[in-house]
Design a binder for this molecule. Structure first.
Ligand code: SAH
Length: 285
């Protein structure tokens, strides 16, 4: 009946109003640098945001895509190692959301891969703030692709492992025995400072000292550099390039010599280059 319809409409309107007041946080992965690697959904989120809290790892090109009148809040490293504490970031997310804002928490790569995304969501959950997660291309996928290093290959690696060189508690031990196995690719995040340790341990546990390794610095950005060597040279190689840098260990690394394409070949210029001008963004109400 008309009356029921009117009532339903009213309830819906009330619901919408409540939702509007509540604020919302979207945890968005920005990818490893090249803005073309941001997902369409991520782009939509940063175009709709009232406020964007971003890390040092988010590239300038991605920040360019944020809605012009959104507040950009830097919560990464300031100068020499001083960092916004995780507690402070959590607090800011809650505060902005409670003001009813549409908040984007923008992180380099993927927010759930060594990005503390889980910890931030736990805080939001505890405060009853609704959220969504938009995955991003993690450095281990993006930087290796741009360096022409397939993570798996039927002849060289049946598995790939993503591991961090930096652990909350240094006493925590990695499973060196299994990490040292051949026929698998190791992708090590935050590992360059610990490169010597890592190489020593892997060799000690049986990985050949001559296993090919790559250091990919500033992957997918125009400044990308890839250094190739052997496991026993990992420490020297690591010192030669700026951060952020990723370590890749395994037989697949040798494919770089044939498959490197980004910035290394004339044809690379033919690869579609992303600009905001050739992407049409429809307005989402
Ligand atoms: N959430 C991020 C990782 C954060 S940890 C992701 O999914 O990519 C930070 C580490 O990621 C750095 O120490 C480095 O090892 C790696 N990293 C991030 N961006 C990178 C890039 N553009 N090139 C190479 N390594 C990168």
């Amino acid at each position: 009946t008309n009356q029921q319809l009117a009532q339903a409409e009213q309830e819906l309107a009330q619901q919408l109003e409540q939702d509007d007041q509540g604020g919302f946080v979207s945890l968005v992965g920005a990818g490893p640098g090249d803005a073309g690697l941001l997902t369409l959904k991520g782009l939509q989120e940063i175009q709709q945001a009232d406020v964007v809290l971003y890390d040092a790892l988010v590239s300038k090109d991605v920040l360019e895509l944020v809605r012009r009148d959104a507040d950009l809040v830097f919560v990464g490293k300031r100068g020499k190692g001083e960092q916004t504490s995780q507690q402070k970031i959590n607090q800011l997310l809650v505060q902005y959301a409670q003001q009813g804002k549409r908040v984007v928490r923008l992180k380099g790569g993927d927010p759930f891969v060594f990005g503390r995304g889980g910890e931030e969501l736990e805080t939001l959950k505890a405060e009853n703030i609704p959220f969504a997660v938009v995955p991003g291309i993690t450095a281990g996928i993006g930087a290796t692709a741009y360096a022409g290093i397939p993570l798996t290959h039927r002849d060289y690696a049946q598995s790939a492992i993503f591991v961090t060189g930096h652990r909350k508690d240094q006493a925590e031990q990695l499973e060196w025995q299994s990490l040292a196995r051949s026929q698998q690719t190791l992708v090590i995040y935050m590992g360059t400072i610990k490169a010597k340790d890592i190489a020593d341990k892997l060799i000690q546990f049986g990985r050949a000292a001559t296993t090919p390794v790559a250091i990919i610095s500033q992957g997918t950005q125009l400044s990308q550099q890839t250094l190739i060597g052997e496991l026993q040279q990992l420490a020297e190689l690591s010192e030669q390039v700026p951060t952020p840098a990723l370590i890749v260990i395994g037989e697949v690394v040798q494919l770089h010599h044939q498959l490197a394409w980004f910035g290394e070949q004339k044809q690379a210029q033919k690869a579609p280059h992303f600009t905001i001008d050739n992407l049409r963004i429809s307005q989402v109400a």
